[in-house]
Design a protein around this ligand. Structure first.
Ligand SMILES: NC(=O)c1ccc[n+]([C@@H]2O[C@H](COP(=O)([O-])OP(=O)(O)OC[C@H]3O[C@@H](n4cnc5c(N)ncnc54)[C@H](O)[C@@H]3O)[C@@H](O)[C@H]2O)c1
Ligand SMILES: O=C(O)CC[C@@H](O)C(=O)O
Length: 526
């Protein structure tokens, strides 16, 4: 019989499902070194946010087939390490949506009426009615940043309470926002006009400290902000200053840059702030939902069936999976790349399956391309199961073509994304050893392996340009690992593809675009 280790508190409904097919050991509060010692005995690991599944733990899990995260965020799992070892990582993308949305709404109302402090004062034996004069949300403007599953539910309920809705989400279409009753606006306008702001996007390099001192300074002095998404989207130090100096009226936080929250200037503030210990998903209903959702997937995988919400490996039959697995990685990488080159909102994705990939069996590669494309917006919430639906909801049209006659490589994949900022294309193939090669960028032939940090320029092929770019990167202490120019004619238009050892520091992209001969530049993180 298989063995499952449950290392965080999980609802009994989940344990019951696992017990149908496996021996289940519940061992919570394990130290990392204790987990490394025992994980070798287990076929599956089920966690919540309390267990950090590091590379060391994954390496020691010699029998591990699946890691199940009872919740959305897999930020506590080293997914690349699991993928390398062929371990499926599954989550529950929707099980706690309502719980998190209701927590955000509860935070907004509590903040408006000072409920936590008023309650504490009565419990201290006081009867103070003057200190807790609140504000109504009716007819006020709510700015929703991140109009995905949770943001949409918050917006729908807020509308029913008579609020006017603004939304900012660079990956959502105007039509989709209007369906939910929101006016899609730029971020600056939202923060300037909103009486209440609620955050519902993932934590990414773009959203980290998105709400910083400058952004807080743009808000109304009566504005109140709620963060039930991820810690670090708000700069906590800047927020404490803004609240102390009365730049904004209030804030309610469920999530923190570092959890559990340690020493923090936020704790010293008064009734203008509410702090909860990451309780967004903590309802009985949500915990039952996520436990059942993830336990069923662990059960299925242990029985040799596909998982329905795999973050890393698709829920396909083992035979097709085996055949397509290397190409799935290619498709996802190309999707990530073309999405970042296109920037902003993508409206159309053209996927051309070439050479031996031009068969019906390759359809999952279209899904993998979409998963890669949507990763920028949705991070671990997009998977092979929901990618098509998420794309449809975002108004992304997908055109799939097949061309068996293109035989530069045994099989290759060409993606073209058209969005609000223009059209970009990438082509890629696999070498004999399974290594990915980018073979064409925006119509220019190249031959480069993808790397984590990349820089692409569109420029005029002329003497000195490579040197200028090299010294500019050097002056910012950015090390170039490799560089290649793709051109069609000498001294015509060209692309330069650079693999960098380090991420590009902020501000450098605009400097690069100023170099004479460079028309455009894009950074990509894979
Ligand atoms: N507090 C909790 O316990 C709790 C519980 C569940 C989820 N969460 C968090 O809530 C957040 C939202 O979850 P969800 O299920 O609604 O996710 P989702 O994927 O359905 O929606 C996220 C939305 O954010 C948008 N987005 C991405 N980058 C953005 C940017 N730079 N600016 C604005 N919008 C951007 C995406 O387009 C997407 O529409 C996530 O961070 C998730 O981890 C917290
Ligand atoms: O309570 C939890 O397990 C975390 C919930 C939430 O942040 C998630 O990512 O699903």
């Amino acid at each position: 019989m298989s063995k499952v280790l449950v290392s965080d508190p999980i609802d009994q409904a989940g344990i019951d499902i696992l017990s149908q097919v496996a021996t289940v050991d519940v061992k919570t509060n394990l130290k990392p070194e204790e987990l490394v010692q025992i994980i070798g005995d287990y076929d599956a690991l089920m966690i919540r946010s309390g267990t950090r599944v590091t590379k060391e733990i994954i390496e020691a899990g010699t029998q591990l087939k699946i890691i199940g995260r009872a919740g959305v965020g897999v930020d506590n799992v080293d997914v690349p390490a699991a993928t390398r070892k062929g371990i499926v990582v599954v989550n529950s993308p929707e099980g706690n949506t309502i719980a998190a949305a209701e927590h955000a709404l509860a935070m907004m109302l509590s903040l408006s009426r000072y409920i936590p402090d008023a309650n504490a004062s009565v419990k201290r034996g006081e009867w103070d009615r003057k200190s807790f004069i609140g504000a109504e949300v009716y007819k006020k403007t709510l700015g929703v940043i991140g109009l995905g599953k949770i943001g949409s539910h918050v917006a729908t309920v807020a509308k029913a309470m008579g609020m006017k809705l603004l939304a900012y989400d660079p990956f959502i279409s105007t039509e989709r926002a209007e369906q939910i009753g929101c006016q899609l606006v730029e971020l600056d306008l939202l923060v300037q006009q909103a009486d209440y702001i609620t955050l519902h996007m993932p934590k990414t390099p773009e959203t980290t400290h998105l709400i910083d001192a400058k952004m807080l300074a743009k808000m109304k002095p009566t504005a109140r902000i709620v963060n039930c998404a991820r810690g670090g989207i708000i700069d906590e130090e800047a927020l404490a200053v803004a609240l102390k100096e009365g730049q904004i009226a209030g804030a309610a936080l469920d999530v923190f840059e570092s959890e559990p929250l340690g020493e923090s200037s936020l704790r010293a503030l008064g009734k203008e702030i509410i702090l909860t210990p990451h309780l967004g998903a903590s309802t009985t209903e949500a915990q039952v939902n996520v436990a059942i959702d993830v336990a069923e997937q662990i059960r299925d995988v242990l029985l040799g069936l596909p998982a329905r919400s795999a973050v890393n490996i698709p829920g396909l039959g083992p035979d097709i999976l085996e055949e397509l697995k290397p190409y799935m990685q290619l498709a996802e990488t190309l999707g990530k790349l073309v999405g970042q080159l296109a920037g902003g909102r993508v409206e159309l994705l053209n996927v051309r399956l070439q050479g031996e990939l031009a068969t019906n069996k390759s359809q999952p590669l279209v899904i993998a391309s979409l998963k890669g494309l949507l990763y920028q917006a949705l991070r671990e919430r997009v998977n092979y199961v929901n990618a098509t639906l998420e794309a449809k909801e975002r108004g992304i049209r997908v055109i799939e073509t097949r061309d068996a006659a293109i035989k530069d490589y045994a099989g290759s994949l060409h993606l073209e994304a058209t969005g609000s900022l223009g059209t970009h294309s990438v082509t890629g193939a696999l070498l004999g050893d399974g290594e990915i090669r980018l073979t064409n960028i925006d119509g220019f032939p190249v031959n480069v392996p993808p790397s984590q940090h990349m820089l692409f320029t569109l420029h005029r092929d002329m003497p000195g340009i490579i040197g200028k770019l090299g010294s500019l990167l050097g002056s910012f202490n950015v090390n170039i690992a490799s560089m290649q120019v793709g051109r069609k004619i000498v001294r015509g238009d060209a692309v330069m593809v650079l693999s960098l050892d380090d991420p590009l520091p902020e501000g450098i992209l605009s400097e690069i675009k100023k170099v004479a001969g460079i028309r455009d530049a894009y950074t990509v993180t894979l």
